[in-house]
Write a protein that binds this ligand. Structure first.
Ligand SMILES: [Cu+2]
Length: 222
């Protein structure tokens, strides 16, 4: 009887204790989640953590203002770290919609699918860490929510010398597939242009004459 009461208490209160879960580098609560959080496990090729690099990265639609045709991005899109650094990322979502800081290319034996992710379901912030290996490499950062990458939410982290720049990073590199909206002029375009110009010139002349007549009319002498 005493035991079953204890079990009941465990089930009632236990759930709230586990509302914020943390196992195998996965931390989640009502605000969002961190996947593959790793503050201490070293990659095989690193003897020690070389340096702590603190990154604060903001995401939101307001940072994409000034980039034609883009909708979302990060406040900064190009990062640098030395080999074997521990990167402590504070991701701040300034929008009321879901955004992610997702980095690819990390060693698969430590980070499932080679990823570290911070996801926020709306406005808020979270901090998580990952340790990079020693190789010179450029890591791809993006928000995986549908269309957010294409709409500007993409960046890069260069470890060591990096391995070149990625394409389509706003303000940094040219888009891989530029948005071009070609105008196809044909003979009707030119006819429409000539007709519009002729009508325009006629109207300007006509209105000009009317105005001149009104201005130069003598007031009635009576
Ligand atoms: Cu997003």
């Amino acid at each position: 009887m005493k035991h079953s009461l204890l079990i009941l208490i465990y089930f009632i209160y236990g759930n709230s204790v586990f509302a914020a879960m943390n196992h195998n580098g996965m931390i989640m609560d009502a605000a969002g989640m961190i996947m593959n959080h790793n503050p201490d496990k070293l990659p095989k090729d690193c003897k020690a953590i070389s340096q702590d690099i603190d990154i604060t990265i903001r995401g939101g639609h307001k940072f994409a203002q000034g980039f034609a045709g883009k909708m979302f991005t990060y406040d900064k899109r190009d990062w640098q770290a030395p080999p074997c650094a521990r990167i402590n990322v504070t991701f701040i979502n300034e929008d009321a919609i879901r955004h992610q800081f997702m980095i690819h290319g990390l060693p698969g034996y430590m980070y499932p699918k080679g990823m570290f992710t911070i996801e926020l379901y709306g406005k808020g912030q979270k901090t998580g860490s990952f340790i990079v290996p020693s190789r010179d490499y450029t890591y791809y950062i993006h928000c995986e929510v549908s269309q957010h990458t294409e709409k500007g939410m993409k960046g890069q982290l260069k470890v060591g010398k990096g391995s070149g720049d990625l394409d389509s990073i706003l303000g940094l590199t040219a888009p891989l597939t530029p948005d071009i909206y070609p105008i196809h002029n044909n003979k009707y375009t030119w006819i429409a242009l000539i007709v519009s110009l002729t009508i325009g010139i006629y109207l300007i002349n006509y209105l000009g004459m009317k105005i001149m007549t009104l201005l130069t009319r003598q007031p009635d002498s009576k």
